[in-house]
Design a protein around this ligand. Structure first.
Ligand code: TYD
Length: 216
């Protein structure tokens, strides 16, 4: 689709991907690339409403399949409204989470399996795949600790987007394993950045990688 470049960021909650995405966006703008930055769930007016439903910890009794469907409804809307038009216009699209998140969280975490997710991806997203996915895999325990700290902070400040962050360690272990499986399977698209390193060092690695891919 289009002439642009579609770049996604993936990782566990607390992996630092949002920070890295912001830094890369600033770097790209400095180099005069035209960019569009978005996130999932959310990124459109309809998507923001779906996001609220999905992430609010007061949402009770949402079945795993209903959750899966909402993730893809959000994504279909984002593709139609934001991603496809930006790619058509030749922009670099940076997206915080995409279908790999659904495969990891709903397929792995919720144990719905990869097949159902990949089938829905074909139907709902027309199979639109990122040109490059940066998967941040820091140390499992450290990222779990960061996610929990953020959870506490958000609860104190009254912002409530913690439905997933409340999941137990087994859930996150399954998400983690599924991310690894995706990275091994799609090793040309997915580049994994492993382990703990300073923010600036990881940023430099990402810049190098993106520069290389954009030149191709
Ligand atoms: P977000 O605030 O984007 O978390 P983070 O900053 O850690 O990325 O919240 C998104 C949450 O939704 C996150 O816990 C992962 C979950 N999620 C899914 O379970 N499936 C999906 O398809 C997507 C896009 C997100």
């Amino acid at each position: 689709m289009g002439r642009g470049f579609f770049l996604t960021f993936e990782g566990l909650d607390g992996s630092g991907k949002t920070t890295q995405m912001r830094k890369l966006a600033a770097w790209l703008e400095n180099r005069r690339h035209r960019i569009t930055v978005t996130r999932q769930p959310g990124g459109t007016r309809i998507g923001d409403r779906i996001r609220q439903l999905l992430l609010d910890s007061r949402t009770e009794n949402l079945s795993a399949r209903a959750e899966l469907g909402l993730m893809f409804s959000d994504r279909a809307q984002a593709i139609a409204e934001v991603i496809a038009p930006a790619l058509e216009a030749g922009k670099v699209v940076l997206c915080d989470r995409y279908t790999d998140s659904t495969e990891a969280y709903q397929g792995g975490g919720r144990q719905l399996g990869s097949d159902v997710v990949l089938n829905l991806h074909n139907v709902m997203c027309g199979g639109l795949q990122p040109d490059l996915t940066i998967l941040l895999i820091p140390d499992f325990d450290a990222s779990l600790r960061r996610a929990r700290r953020r959870n506490d902070r958000m609860q104190k400040s009254g912002t409530d987007e913690n439905r997933f962050e409340r999941e137990n360690e087994d859930f996150y272990r399954r998400v983690y394993e599924k991310y690894r499986e995706i990275a091994a399977r799609d090793h040309l698209r997915v580049v994994t950045i492993e382990g703990e390193a300073p923010i600036e060092e990881i940023h430099q690695r990402i810049v190098k990688l993106v520069e290389e891919r954009l030149e191709r």
